[in-house]
Design a protein around this ligand. Sequence first.
Ligand code: CO
Length: 183
Amino acid sequence: MILMDNIVREGSRVLREVAKEVDMPLSEEDLALLQDMLDYLKNSQDPEIAEKYDLRPGSGLAAPQVGVSKRMFAIHTTDEKDQLYSYGFINPKIVSHSIEETSLENGEGCLSVDREVEGEVPRYARVKLQADTLEGERVTLRLRGYLAIVVQHEMDHLNGIMFYDRIEGYAGPHKKEVPRTAL
Ligand code: CO
């Protein structure tokens, strides 16, 4: 079971690495890790379990955040129609995106960042994601709104980018310059 102690915090080098493609078919070890990552998100959103194990709630978790530099992330969250998106993604790619941008009103947070960071994080309003899943399927998902933002945040982790790198004028600790167009 993944606990907060297992989550790598900002300042760790693994969060700045470009994660490696995962060999397919998925090894038992990678499968177990991705399942554990998804379980963390589910547990963290269950008030009783979260309190018992002191878990910070999260919508997404990327493998580098548990110290593994591989291209995998999990999401567990609902869209505006209350439909649940619960996935473990392997070798995900954003194959296209809108020109239109969006951002979360109250900024973004991250399980690897133990502080509030204010500021607008510009994201594409819509993205098309292609990936293999925990269930062994190849999926293409068209995502918008909060889900599109979560997926872009997690994709950034696979590319060594932290959300505050994208805040204009942010000059706090651990900031790294990223090209405006990096996806
Ligand atoms: Co994060």
